[in-house]
Design a protein. Sequence first.
Length: 434
Amino acid sequence: MERLSIKNRIFVGLTLFSMFFGAGNLIFPPFMGALAGEKAWIALMGFVLSAIGLPVLGVAAVALSDGLDNLAKRVHPLFASVFTLLIYLSIGPCLAIPRTAGTSFEMALLPYISESDNKGIFLAVYSVGFFALAFFLAQKPEMLKERLGKYLAPILLILIGALFIGCLVKSEKGYGDAAEIYQSHAAVQGFLDGYQTMDTIAALNFGLVIAMNIRAAGVRKEKDIAKETVTAGMIAGVLMLIVYGVLTWIGSAAGNLFGAGENGAQTLSQMAGYLYGSTGKMILGAIFFIACLNTCTGLICCCGEYFHTICPGISYRRWALIFSGISAVIANAGLTAILRVSVPVLQWLYPMAIMLIVLAFLHHRIEKWRYVYPWVIGLTGISSAVHALDALGCQIPAVTVWVERIPLYDLGLGWILPAAAGMIIGIIWSRIRD
């Protein structure tokens, strides 16, 4: 059996952590901590499940299924093509990649721009420079272990540690009151907050680039590559658990001192300024810049590699350049607009991604019933699409009213019962048809 050295295994795990840990991972845990107050740790349990457990399982599911395309084809070849394309577009130039530039701009540069200056011009110039740097780092996907895992990830962890230590020494003890949305269903709301990191759908794609780095380190057998990919996922998961706990605690302390604020970026900014003054804002700006740059680079690599495989006539570098350019344009819509669009999209895609991961681990038990996959994913997709449209104020006559009656719908989990029904129907349908 071929194995990575301990040092390379750690670096690959750090690389995967860097690819996961971007804009949403910094914004949402502290904001959740500030809003949840005394319920912060209960909310964190739900958040950990959707923002760590599912992504780590997603990396493992794809590795064990020989790729996302093979996993999705168990539903239907057409579904595999459409779903995979939508996943890459959502974690790519349409949502996640532009969000990295918008978030890092608001945290690293905006505090130093006066109100009289034209924010739009600064954002445009910053976006071009940010994506030019990310494009440069993404030139060799198989070298991300050297660029992200060995250097940028440790720097990021040290800077977050500096905030934590300052908060531990200086902040007041105690928690504020929980916001209404967290008072009765803190764990469920935390689970839904974890959607916003986009890590579960990103996990379905990161395995491709991680496998390239494992091969570059000397592992050649696919079975061994899959095992090392799973190990990298576990290392990344442990790191994320530690960092999310730290950020949630910082957020709860900030909420007790200043109130929740408008978003997680503001929560962290208030605390950094309170702890270290102007130096704190510089530290926070560096944290956001490095985290967002790491994730942006990883996402460009994933999207470039995928689109090069389906359109080989266009080189990987050209695809990476295309996505960098498109993302720079979309980033200028502003962070608020990007986040507004991302919520309904994730409400639709996330449940299907979750059920694909679940089915991947049940595959050896259900593979004899070939209609389980299409029924489970079909009913999950329909129910989550109705919920996403309903959240946008768009109701489907004679459909939405029935879907709204499904248990857990009001909590945003109305897809769970349809998914379970799909499992039962799929088994029965397979026995009838086969």
